[in-house]
Write a protein that binds this ligand. Structure first.
Ligand SMILES: Cc1cc2nc3c(=O)[nH]c(=O)nc-3n(C[C@H](O)[C@H](O)[C@H](O)COP(=O)(O)OP(=O)(O)OC[C@H]3O[C@@H](n4cnc5c(N)ncnc54)[C@H](O)[C@@H]3O)c2cc1C
Length: 328
């Protein structure tokens, strides 16, 4: 298992439960904060399947009361969590969530894999200053950067997120907010320990010209929710849609963001990381890897259509380069 984020962990847990021996490798300490904290209720079933539901429930994650969306209109629309029969979505302590999944995997080698080579039916995995490891199948779960990929990657949008983790001035406010602005869109969500994630999403070509604090000051809702902070520690990360041209090949397959990465507007990155990890492990043990790869590719095509439709619902900024790029 190359990488042990949510997708790699889900695949490793499922393979081990089926009696398949797994070596999980990931150099990143799982206690680090990273953006990606909204987990839809649809993911509850995957967490149950992985056997981590009791630890998830004890993990202090918060239920969202709903979504306030300012998209396509200056008038906000509120969608209460009550309307979803599966229950509320979750506002995660993301570091604790990653740690919970790692704990369920058991041992993870803290190596950065530098190369994978196929020698006949075997793979040799190389990591700096470590002895090589031989395996008969590799799962690429290295996320969207995917430097070990076995297939070219197609980039469908160059969205970037500029995110901050801040003290929450109103920790009792349980709704998450999405707000479209001429330069892109904002997102704010409380997370455990009285913190608030505030992220601005824009195009990579626009990001260098962005003054995060000034733009936040011009929002109708997100700035007020965040208490008009000036962010000191901002994290800029790739957040657009992209996919491998082939999701699987002889002796390998890809899961989670390594296979295809979603725009965070869709709130499906973590859900699909968990479900694709489980599905990939089942496909390996049942010898149905081709069907797995076809399903992932078909889901991604359907997602792109839905995303295109959603971006076209925002018609207030016809002269803005950000929206023009997404409404061609
Ligand atoms: C700004 C932003 C906001 C987001 N918000 C949300 C959200 O609200 N809800 C949601 O569902 N999703 C969200 N996402 C997406 C979500 O975070 C990802 O979809 C999810 O983390 C994918 O999980 P993964 O396991 O596939 O990849 P990752 O979480 O990226 O894990 C990949 C792992 O591979 C390891 N790795 C990389 N290279 C190597 C190597 N060479 N050797 C060994 N290991 C390696 C890394 O250390 C890492 O631990 C957001 C994404 C961004 C960028």
């Amino acid at each position: 298992m190359l990488g042990c984020g949510p997708a790699g962990a889900a695949a490793a847990i499922t393979l081990a439960a089926r009696g398949i021996s797994v070596v999980a490798i990931d150099p990143r300490p799982s206690g680090e904060w990273e953006p990606g904290e909204g987990l839809p209720a649809a993911a509850n079933a995957a967490l149950r399947k992985l056997g981590v539901w009791p630890s998830f429930q004890a993990g202090g994650h918060l239920p969202a009361s709903g979504f306030l969306s300012c998209w396509g209109s200056a008038e906000p629309a509120f969608r209460p969590a009550l309307l979803d029969p599966r229950g509320p979505s979750w506002q995660l302590d993301r570091a604790a969530f990653n740690q919970m999944l790692r704990d369920a995997v058991g041992s993870v080698l803290p190596y950065r894999v530098t190369e994978v080579k196929r020698d006949g039916p075997q793979w040799t995995i190389a990591a700096a200053d470590k002895p090589p490891i031989s395996v008969n199948f590799i799962i690429d779960a290295t996320g969207r950067s995917g430097r070990l990929r076995r297939s070219p990657r197609r980039v469908d949008s160059r969205l970037v997120g500029i995110a901050a983790l801040l003290p929450d001035p109103f920790p009792g406010e349980a709704a998450s907010i999405v707000e479209a602005v001429p330069e892109g869109w904002w997102y704010a969500s409380r997370v455990p320990h009285d913190r608030l994630v505030v992220a601005f999403f824009t195009d990579a070509s626009i990001a260098p010209t962005v003054n995060w604090t000034d733009l936040l000051g011009k929002t109708g809702f997100v700035g007020q929710r965040a208490g008009w902070p000036s962010a000191e520690k901002l994290r800029t990360v790739a957040a657009g849609s992209s996919t491998l041209e082939s999701i699987a090949g002889p002796g390998w397959l890809a899961v989670g963001d390594a296979a295809r990465a979603h725009d965070p507007l869709s709130s499906r990155g973590l859900h699909d990381a968990l479900t694709s990890g489980i599905a990939a492990a089942e496909a390996i043990s049942e010898n149905t890897v081709t069907a797995y790869a076809e399903q992932v590719a078909a889901d991604y095509r359907a997602y792109l259509k839905d995303l295109d439709w959603y971006y076209r619902q925002e018609t207030r900024f016809p002269d803005s380069p950000f929206w023009a790029l997404r409404q061609m």
